[in-house]
Design a protein around this ligand. Structure first.
Ligand code: UDP
Length: 252
């Protein structure tokens, strides 16, 4: 795999020391499609890569999981008569394409990265080996975990939570279109109220739609905070790492 010749070491940013040392960033595949409604929109991928780059420059170790919903979702395929597990494998393969697009955008900014796939495809991505992935993080390489958990009937939210636990991340950052979790849809209801913090149990009981239930339960059982923030806000990801900005923290 070609790497940028001279990846600069992350600058330890003394003005705004990061509040976290190692994080997982989960974004949906749809975040990469821009306004076109399907597939990949390279300028949007590049913009998100810039956001990640600014956090990497703080010296934060970064894991990423990107969904596949901009290309294919297993449930949609099975609703159209396709066998569910086959459709889910197609969804997992879609996440590999997104991971490769993000890798390319990050490497254009001079960051060393690895795409690590839960389904073996050695010509394209590394297989998932936990200790090896940890070593990449210690060397400040961004690890993009692809192909979900490698199992049908799961989602990339669960994959992000699983890998975040395995990599000892301090939190999952779930980048969305809104700046947190609301009691109702803020795009439809002007009186929607954003939670500063909300418990895992409330997210499940009130079906607040942060992540799917298995992901929330896995985070809860391992006391892994989920920080829901807007990926559309320029500098928002970095701001939260520096202790600023608006977001919702899902915790115990
Ligand atoms: N998927 C799967 N197992 C996993 C992760 C994902 O089967 O561990 C499949 C599933 O079909 C899913 C698709 O991959 O619909 C894309 O992932 P997801 O829906 O989580 O993407 P997002 O909504 O985040 O873009």
């Amino acid at each position: 795999m070609t790497e940028p010749a001279a990846a600069p070491a992350p600058l330890a940013d003394t003005a705004a020391p990061a509040k976290f040392d190692r994080v997982m960033l989960k974004i949906s595949g749809e975040a990469l499609m821009g306004d076109q409604g399907f597939g990949l929109h390279p300028p949007t991928v590049a913009r998100i890569a810039q956001e990640v780059h600014s956090v990497w420059q703080m010296g934060v170790e970064i894991c990423m999981v990107i969904g596949g919903g901009n290309v294919f979702r297993g449930l949609q395929g099975s609703a159209q008569g396709m066998e569910r597990t086959t459709a889910d494998y197609m969804g997992m393969l879609a996440t590999v394409m997104n991971a490769l697009a993000m890798q390319s955008a990050l490497e254009a900014l001079g960051i060393h990265t690895r795409v690590i796939s839960a389904i073996r495809m050695d010509e394209v991505a590394e297989p998932y080996i936990r200790r090896r992935a940890v070593r990449h993080l210690e060397k400040k390489r961004i690890c993009i975990f692809a192909a979900g958990t490698g199992n049908p009937y799961f989602t990339t939210d669960t994959a992000a939570t699983l890998r975040a636990n395995e990599m000892n991340c301090e939190a999952i950052f779930k980048g969305t279109k809104v700046d947190g979790v609301y009691d109702k849809d803020p795009k439809r209801f002007s009186d929607a109220v954003r939670y500063d913090t909300v418990s895992y149990d409330d997210v499940l009981a009130k079906r607040l739609g942060v992540m799917d239930a298995s992901a929330i339960a896995l985070a809860r059982d391992n006391n892994l905070p989920i920080i829901v923030f807007s990926l559309d806000e320029p500098g928002g990801f970095r701001g939260i790492l520096a202790g600023e900005g608006t977001y919702t923290r899902v915790q115990g």
